[in-house]
Design a protein around this ligand. Structure first.
Ligand SMILES: Nc1nc2c(ncn2[C@@H]2O[C@H](COP(=O)(O)OP(=O)(O)OP(=O)(O)O)[C@@H](O)[C@H]2O)c(=O)[nH]1
Ligand SMILES: *[C@@H]1O[C@H](CO)[C@@H](O)[C@H](O)[C@H]1NC(C)=O
Ligand SMILES: *[C@@H]1O[C@H](CO)[C@@H](O)[C@H](O)[C@H]1NC(C)=O
Ligand SMILES: [Mg+2]
Length: 419
């Protein structure tokens, strides 16, 4: 249906004014009917107008041109003047209160080892931060032994208690299966996989209170199968601390709008009841942007769906433990949205860190080369391993998923001066 719409619109541009009116009229009509049928609501004129006016392909081209230009500029490391480099003598090194963190299944041993190898060789052998591995099941001896042999720092293997991991009993299973059916119809990835819902919920509102993680302030989350393309010679945790950052990311994407239809309305409900938690420098414009993918913003009921991809993130868990974030995610959880929809931890983190604190606390690690299928961040960094093409983002058909430029243009005053 989308391609039919697109074709109509394209034809119209070449076919003269009368055809433009017919085709766009049809488009609005068609889209509005679909929207009403699936949501049971009337479409808002505001979004209809935005979609009518937006020239999707031109906007995407423009964004990718800007992206390419920025990624091709040479960067090495943040130009803050307070970086701490790898010590000569690790025995005396005063580390930040931080850990590397991976939630992982026993069967992911091989891909976990690959990820550890790049984290070790690009960063951690120089600093030897500890690792925490979390699992909802017991780790096997084989898993623990293989991992322990690969890491330079101290290592903890921890099990997650069922209370924090499992789907709560009060979730209405009839409603859940009904909603899963709808999401499947819209191809929402992992909609019918319970463990995935549990994982997203746990990464949204659980991990930072795990007894083992309570002893740490900062975490660097990483995932099996990911790759770090650049050598990182400064201590990223000390960078966060010295520069008053609470959240760092590399890739920023739009989300599957059908997975988070009520995340934003529930958030608005929460802040109407708790306005004191909203920071005066929250990233409103960024959160509600609707130019590049207006249909996403509409289906997500006002949230652009743009988020920081969380499979690599460096964060301050004391922020996640704060009253604002805690009360908000408890509110979210009580709606059942982690099961009736398929809320990801990435949009939850992203909304939290840009709404309840000054947006300047978020840092784009522009210097770090990174890959998690199917997306790259591949900067022009002399410290790169040369295994990704500078500026490469993904397959060209995924270019419209990139919203990093929104962050640079709408949410920060000085992002490009950080390097
Ligand atoms: N222990 C445990 N870890 C899980 C489970 N599901 C996911 N994970 C971990 O949670 C993280 C995110 O899961 P992924 O399956 O990579 O999710 P994703 O990145 O959205 O999807 P992919 O594109 O398939 O990588 C990874 O570190 C997984 O190893 C689970 O049921 N148990
Ligand atoms: C590390 O941070 C956590 C969370 O803020 C805190 O409870 C703990 O005492 C800190 N540890 C050290 C050694 O400072
Ligand atoms: C995008 O292109 C890649 C490779 O050309 C293909 O494998 C993938 O299925 C395409 N994805 C979509 C969403 O069209
Ligand atoms: Mg993954």
């Amino acid at each position: 249906m989308v391609s039919l719409t697109k074709r109509f619109t394209k034809l119209a541009i070449f076919g003269g004014l009368s055809f433009i009116l017919t085709a766009s009229g049809l488009w609005l009509y068609w889209d509005a009917i679909q929207y009403m049928m699936t949501s049971g609501k009337l479409p808002t004129l505001d979004f209809q107008f935005e979609e009518f006016m937006s020239k999707h392909d031109d906007i995407v081209d423009d964004m990718m041109t800007k992206y390419d230009k920025i990624m091709k500029m040479e960067v090495k490391e943040p130009s803050v003047g307070n970086l701490v480099y790898a010590p000569e003598n690790l025995a005396d090194y005063q580390r930040e209160n931080a850990t590397l963190l991976m939630l992982v299944r026993n069967k992911e041993l091989i891909t976990a080892l690959q990820a550890i190898e790049t984290v070790e060789s690009q960063f951690n052998h120089k600093f030897q931060y500890p690792y925490v591995f979390l699992n909802d099941k017991e780790f096997t001896d084989k898993f623990k032994k293989s991992i322990t042999e690969k890491v330079s720092g101290q290592v903890f293997f921890e099990t997650i208690d069922k209370e924090s991991w499992d789907r709560p009993d009060w979730i209405d299973s009839a409603k859940e299966s009904e909603r899963i059916k709808v999401m499947r119809k819209y191809n929402v990835g992992y909609a019918d996989k319970l463990s995935y819902h549990n994982m997203c919920r746990y990464y949204s509102r659980g991990f930072y209170n795990h007894p083992r993680l309570q002893q740490f302030k900062y975490y660097w989350r990483f995932e099996p199968g990911t790759h770090y393309h650049t050598s990182i010679d400064y201590d990223v945790f000390k960078f966060m601390s010295a520069n008053d950052k609470t959240y760092g990311f590399v890739i920023s994407l739009y989300d599957i709008e059908r997975s988070i239809e009520t995340l934003w309305p529930e958030t608005i409900k929460f802040i109407e009841q708790n306005p004191q938690f909203v920071d005066k420098n929250a990233a409103w414009d960024w959160l509600t942007e609707k130019k590049q993918n207006p249909q996403k913003t509409r289906i997500a009921n006002g949230y652009s769906t743009c988020h920081f991809w969380s499979n690599f993130e460096i964060g301050d868990m004391d922020f996640f433990r704060s009253e604002a974030y805690t009360k908000w995610v408890d509110h979210l959880d009580a709606t059942g949205g982690f099961y009736y929809e398929r809320w990801g931890d990435a949009p939850v983190h992203s909304i939290g860190v840009t709404l309840f604190q000054d947006r300047s606390k978020v840092h784009w690690f522009r210097d770090i080369g990174y890959y998690h299928a199917p997306y790259y961040q591949c900067p022009n960094n002399p410290q790169a391993d040369g295994k990704c093409k500078v500026g490469k983002f993904s397959f060209p058909n995924l270019s419209d998923q990139n919203c990093l430029i929104n962050w640079i243009e709408m949410a920060t005053d000085n992002e490009l001066n950080m390097y």
